[in-house]
Design a protein around this ligand. Structure first.
Ligand SMILES: [Fe+2]
Length: 314
């Protein structure tokens, strides 16, 4: 008897009660059959982020892997010129890359909203649906990334609160959390001359699962519309406290060759702050997939304030 593709199910190992699963039995360097793609999609829908180990793939293989799940965007709406030659889809995450990009020793900072939980580039009218981040070189300790399940966080709110936030909308703006100290850096110039901002529903209906998710994040959300500034601050703080609750999160320890693949419409992630004082570099490469325009429970879509839709890379 010969094995067909369908006899070889992938091995999905959940890492916490709500969030994250490791997937074994898949070689990302090879084209995947439809059944495997469907199983990975299903694991993503349930666990919001999936992880693969020992995948020593290059930029082209990472882009090809992502292309089996959607159209791959440029690396970043602002930072395309920082992509490695020949791979405009790649956004490299490393202190050294940031030094070159921002022109001085880069340190992550807490913004006005506290720790930087975020989904990638939500100021866009169509934020990327998924991100795929691969570790090329990571330190032996430090630098874990955390993820939180914002569908579970929504469900964990009392019903009257859910009903209240279902009708709200909020502004997301790139650079909202940058302080004046950084305003003369290149990123400050981009934020001033090429602003990116949108109005999104505070509760987004996930286009595949139909789940409602908390769709504000401390990294990019500036204010809730139709409330006065203090009311907006209180409601945002309440929601940021909710998405930060440990029971909704998972913490991923990177190794060289690890790959994280998450759904930006159902998970937020938090970049590590415990590596900046360490001498080791940490190099990861990200791609993102073209996303759709968010829709709220009332069926109304997001509205753009500034910036163009983020479409497939050429
Ligand atoms: Fe991110």
């Amino acid at each position: 008897m010969t094995l067909t593709d369908h006899d070889v199910a992938i091995d999905v190992r959940p890492l916490s009660g709500w969030t994250g699963a490791e997937i074994h039995g898949v070689d990302l360097s090879q084209p995947l059959d439809d059944h495997t793609v469907a199983e990975i999609r299903q694991a993503l829908l349930q666990w919001k982020v999936v992880f693969f180990r020992d995948q020593h793939i290059d930029h082209a293989q990472q882009i090809r892997f992502g292309g089996q799940f959607g159209d791959v965007t440029p690396g970043h709406p602002y930072e395309g010129d920082a992509a490695p030659p020949g791979f405009p889809q790649i956004h490299t995450v490393s202190p050294k890359a940031y030094d070159e990009r921002y022109g001085r020793r880069y340190q992550k900072q807490f913004g006005v909203n506290g720790p930087g939980w975020h989904a990638d580039v939500t100021p866009l009218i169509n934020p990327p649906s998924h991100s795929i981040l691969r570790a090329e070189s990571v330190p032996a300790f430090g630098g874990d990334t955390q993820f939180t399940n914002v569908a579970a966080a929504y469900l964990g709110l009392p019903e009257p609160l859910r009903a209240f936030i279902d009708g709200l909308r909020a502004e997301h703006r790139f650079g909202a959390s940058y302080d004046a100290d950084r305003s003369n850096e290149r990123i400050g110039e981009w934020v001033r001359t090429k602003p990116l901002a949108s109005i999104h529903p505070v509760v987004r209906v996930h286009p595949e699962s139909g789940e409602r998710v908390i769709y504000v994040n401390p990294g990019f959300t500036t204010r809730i519309l139709d409330l006065d500034p203090r009311q907006s601050r209180h409601i945002l703080d309440l929601l940021f406290e909710q998405i930060d609750r440990p029971e909704y999160t998972v913490r991923f320890k990177w190794e060289n060759g690890s790959v994280a693949f998450w759904d930006n419409r159902a998970a937020l992630h938090l970049a590590p702050r415990d590596v900046e004082h360490l001498a080791t570099d940490r190099v990861l490469h990200r791609i993102t997939l073209v996303g759709d325009t968010p829709v709220g429970p009332d069926g109304a879509p997001s509205e753009s304030i500034a910036g163009e839709p983020f479409l497939a890379a050429n």
